[in-house]
Design a protein around this ligand. Structure first.
Ligand SMILES: [Zn+2]
Length: 229
């Protein structure tokens, strides 16, 4: 059963709490060395939109949409969000596509925009740039991302909200794929043709052939691959 709007609202509220209680305190020593006063405000939105918006006077607003939470309960949709793709591409949480990993990474990603905003880097054009990923990489490498994940899992289980995908595509056995073979998968709603580079224990490394992409290869769950014939 897909979660109802109230459950999604509660989970989005947990994402707010994780951001305020786990991530925000960790940057206080850094903030103390900077001029001005900064305030973080997290709120749950009614739609899908999940975003950062600076409100002036040092107020930084993060919105976690409750429909975003609902859509991430579907593994295939979760993989299509930028945050889901980042787990696979950048190997966050060891490239594990699970609901707790996806939700925790959503907090880390959005919080990366808060740091970007405090640094004043937002106005310089592209936002998902190298500087942004340096921030997000650090959130993962420092162990903060793992703390966020544990916080979310603990709070959700305390409220009887199971964090498991409701729809998982049927697994194509890894053994079905072989290096050199052409496969296709969907990335942000568009079909991608790729070549299998190697088959790992749980994932497959594929190199996009068409369209060409910035990423050299994707580490992807076999659930999302189909044979190209
Ligand atoms: Zn973003």
């Amino acid at each position: 059963m897909p979660p109802d709007p109230q459950q999604c609202h509660a989970i989005a509220g947990i994402l707010c709490a994780a951001t305020e209680q786990v991530l925000w305190p960790q940057v206080q020593p850094w903030l103390a060395r900077r001029p001005g006063v900064h305030t973080l405000v997290c709120r749950v939105g009614r739609g899908e939109a999940t975003y950062y918006s600076p409100r002036g006077e040092g107020v930084h607003l993060l919105t976690y949409g409750r429909k975003m939470v609902a859509s991430k309960f579907d593994a295939a949709l979760a993989a299509q969000w930028r945050t889901g793709a980042e787990l696979l591409e950048r190997n966050y949480f060891a490239g594990e596509l699970s609901l707790p990993a996806v939700l925790a990474h959503t907090c880390c990603h959005e919080f990366g925009h808060v740091i970007q905003g405090i640094n004043g880097w937002i106005s310089r054009g592209s936002i998902h740039n190298r500087g942004f990923y340096r921030i997000v990489d650090r959130i993962h490498q420092s162990g903060a991302a793992q703390e966020v994940r544990e916080f979310i899992e603990h709070e959700a289980s305390a409220r009887g909200l199971p964090l498991v995908f409701i729809a998982t595509p049927s697994a194509a056995p890894l053994a079905e794929f072989a290096p050199g073979e052409l496969v296709s998968f969907e990335y942000r709603g568009r079909p991608v043709l790729a070549k299998v580079l190697r088959v790992n224990r749980k994932t497959v490394n594929v190199k996009p052939v068409k369209p060409r992409m910035a990423a050299d290869y994707f580490r992807i769950s076999p659930h999302f691959l189909t044979h190209h014939r």
